[in-house]
Design a binder for this molecule. Sequence first.
Ligand SMILES: Cc1cc2nc3c(=O)[nH]c(=O)nc-3n(C[C@H](O)[C@H](O)[C@H](O)COP(=O)(O)OP(=O)(O)OC[C@H]3O[C@@H](n4cnc5c(N)ncnc54)[C@H](O)[C@@H]3O)c2cc1C
Length: 414
Amino acid sequence: METRVAVIGGGYAGIAAAFSLSESGIPVTLFESSKTLGGRARGLDCNGTRIDNGQHILLGCYRETLRLIEKTCRLPEPFFRMPLELAVDSFRLRSFPLPPPFDLLFGLLVSKGISLSEKLGAIGFMAKASSLELQADISVEKLLECHEQDSRITNFLWKPLCIAALNTPIEKASARVFLAVLKDGLNGEGSDILIPRVDLSSLFPAGAAEIIRKNGGEIQISSPVRSLRKSAGGFEVSTDSAGRHFSHVILAVAPQHIGRLAKDLREIELPDFSYQPICTIYSQYPETIYLPHKMTGFSHGLAQWLIDRGEGLIAAVISSEGKHLALSQSELASKIHEEIRGVVPGLPPPFWQKVIIEKRATFSCTVDVDRPEQKTALPGLYLAGDYTAGKYPATLEAAVLSGIKCADQIRLSL
Ligand SMILES: Cc1cc2nc3c(=O)[nH]c(=O)nc-3n(C[C@H](O)[C@H](O)[C@H](O)COP(=O)(O)OP(=O)(O)OC[C@H]3O[C@@H](n4cnc5c(N)ncnc54)[C@H](O)[C@@H]3O)c2cc1C
């Protein structure tokens, strides 16, 4: 059978896979069930403003994602990029223009809001983190205890970093994955914070889709795949309108959607994850309103981060499980407005607010979490997605890396 690859799912993983295959001239068809590409990282319209289905932050260490964005995004400067700057309550940390790791070590030394002994303790741990190898995985909480990080530095620094990166509370989060993020993320430009200037569908999926089409590939939006079966020499992929044959399939849907699609494929082991939510509350104020910092952290309020999107639009992010989920959307929105008022005195009421709760934003990145490999037991079938095997937690970079890995493996198999 002639090589023709179906990619099922048009999130960052599926698009990275399709883009990479199309660059090598391999015929590819991408099926996406929704009318917008991007999956969990997609743009949407709200009261005439482009927002995202959840506020996203990228890091300088997201090398493959940034490489693909550079190749596909039409905007010359798609990000607001800044050196790591943490403002969590009274704690202030800013990386310095020094070679790594001195940029952050020096930043910690002159940070504000913690005592000298807390600074030295954190510096000692940060200096060790890049070479720490764990014999067995433990929780991030245990790791911090073993390295005598006290509760203040944990609350101001490690807890916000862990929740932002792994979307899992420190008492459950995997220390092995946390250390992998620290090694790459706290290393020179790797720690830079990148806030997209455009919505997440325009940042990568839209430009990539255009190039995939130019290279002869097909992108089928509003085309949910209903079934996936083995057929002679490959697979039959069926949508509402047709069944088509492909030599290879990359299944790039979120883990909770695999079961329905792969029900006829006994060789596929279904991932068994628990999930963590992420809640984003957008508040639109007059254009003249802005936050004192582009990104501000809180360790005591409901919002963990406030991000200034410009032109009066402020996104509040609450990652992971917590008491906030018991509140109604209007209670959540008004509490967030109060918290913003705490950092912007004289704040007027918002023109509008939008609460978006993604209940299954990411898998829980727990101790020893078992993630499936991209290559499955069924020749020709691959899994792409932020949950598949890799050193990063569920992030855009994990998704993109998994898609590229599937494409590489297909190329190798030809
Ligand atoms: C609110 C929120 C905030 C986040 N913040 C960050 C952040 O700050 N930084 C970061 O790096 N990551 C962040 N993430 C994580 C990041 O969004 C994900 O890791 C990434 O988008 C996952 O991409 P994916 O392609 O693996 O999966 P998905 O984006 O879930 O893509 C799967 C696609 O498959 C499609 N699909 C499903 N079933 C079918 C079918 N039968 N047929 C065809 N198509 C189908 C879906 O519609 C979807 O488009 C956040 C996630 C959320 C939800």
